[in-house]
Design a protein around this ligand. Structure first.
Ligand code: COA
Length: 374
């Protein structure tokens, strides 16, 4: 058995961002337009008017202040309310691969590793631009890595499940180096016309390079233990898939073809699941709350993270112990905990222990216990 280690991490952040205020102006214009178009039904009591959204609600309910996006015009156009991401020609790199390659290059640079040394690319994300050929294989070609690549999807937990898969291959010796990459174009599966969730997501790509710890050329994080768990729930669901076509062959414009959730239920049910999962993982590996220097949690909701941090540490986390990035990035699905890790891990000292933990649709939860090494 070989010990795997994270030796590099990288984040691709889109150039464009949308503040809550900009988002709310667009949503409210859309709501006014919808209400005007449905005035007769509303007057007859057959339809409810669409209520306005508010920046104050968004910050108070989620902690989100802004989000990065690949396209801004479409999302903010009350006549469109979705990103404009034109199809690319077959000989052009796909959007997910392009974002992923950028994040992977940063991770490789940090580790001082040439792409040709990499044996596997795992593209782990909650939505994929196409079914096949795998985005991972396109990234493999663009980077010039060897070995193989495949796509996987465990929604918001994709990154930690991908890390476990790669770490297991490195432990067993079947590969020596792997890139786990998480390009998340959440803006394309969000329903921007739904007041309950229009503020939730943003776009980003993250990557980590995992190698045998003995191959690390500099400071790195040894992967001490990984654990994944799932439990079926319909409370976060997206029904878009290749079976969904109408009789005339077109895709439906149904609400269930985009992200849907019962936010309150998710909030209530996922918190105990995650807290218990982390507690048991720590117990079984002999890690105590006192050993933990940092928690890099999934970034969906600030209140949820505050609760989990307090449960895991047995006290209110001090500033910096449980960094949040969701105020700037919103929920970026599987990438959230990796952005937090990439941005807030440099300062840890050799011997310091931390946990990366993601959770979400499935339900799913994945935790990775890591220790800094010089
Ligand atoms: N602007 C203003 N008011 C809004 C609003 C908006 N955009 N959206 C909802 N509201 C209102 C509701 O109508 C409701 O009003 P009412 O009490 O008069 O009925 C009230 O605010 C509360 O709505 P609710 O949906 O219950 O809010 P919440 O406090 O549960 O927060 C979430 C919503 C989505 C932020 C929260 O439930 C959450 O984060 N859940 C977990 C989500 C998660 O982790 N999902 C995983 C995704 S991968």
């Amino acid at each position: 058995m070989f010990e795997p280690a994270i030796t590099g991490s990288g984040v691709f952040t889109p150039e464009l961002s949308i503040s809550n205020d900009e988002l709310v102006v667009a949503f409210n214009a859309y709501a006014d337009k919808w209400n005007a178009e449905h005035a007769a039904e509303i007057d007859a009591g057959a339809a409810e008017p669409m209520a306005h959204s508010s920046s104050e609600f968004i910050v108070a309910a989620s902690g989100i202040e802004s989000r990065f996006v690949l396209n801004k015009d479409g999302i903010l156009d009350p006549n469109a309310m979705h990103p404009w991401l034109p199809d690319r020609a077959m000989d052009e790199i796909s959007v997910m691969a392009e974002m992923g390659v950028d994040a992977c290059r940063k991770a490789l640079d940090m580790a001082g590793v040439d792409a040709s040394e990499v044996d596997a690319v795992l593209c782990a994300a909650s939505n994929h631009e196409r079914a096949y050929p795998a985005i991972a294989i396109e990234i493999q070609q663009a980077l010039g890595t060897g070995g193989f690549g495949f796509d996987m999807n465990v929604a918001c937990s994709s990154a930690t499940f991908g890390i476990q898969a790669a770490a297991d291959m490195i432990r067993s010796g079947s590969i020596r180096k792997a890139l786990v990459v998480n390009p998340e174009i959440c803006s394309a599966h969000l329903e921007w016309r739904d007041r309950d969730c229009h503020f939730i997501f943003g776009d980003v790509a993250t990557a980590v390079l995992i190698e045998r710890a003995e191959d690390a050329k500099g400071p790195h994080f040894a992967i001490k233990s990984t654990r994944c768990a799932t439990q079926f729930s319909n409370n976060i669901r997206n029904n878009n898939g290749f079976l969904r076509r109408t009789r005339d062959g077109h895709m439906d414009d149904r609400r269930d073809m985009l992200f849907m959730q019962e936010g309150r239920k998710v909030f209530k049910e996922v918190l105990p699941l995650v807290s218990k999962h982390i507690a048991e993982h720590m117990d079984d590996t002999g890690v105590t709350a006192g050993d933990l220097k940092r928690l890099w949690l999934h970034q969906a909701n600030k209140t949820m993270n505050d609760y989990i941090g307090k449960k895991v540490l047995g006290r209110v986390p001090e500033a910096g112990e449980q960094p949040n990035i969701l105020q700037d990035y919103a929920n970026t699905s599987s990438a959230g905990s990796i952005i937090a890790f990439a941005q807030y891990s440099d300062d840890l000292a050799p011997g310091d222990t931390g946990i990366i933990c993601s959770f979400g649709a499935g339900y799913s939860v994945g935790s990775v216990i890591i220790e800094k090494s010089a």
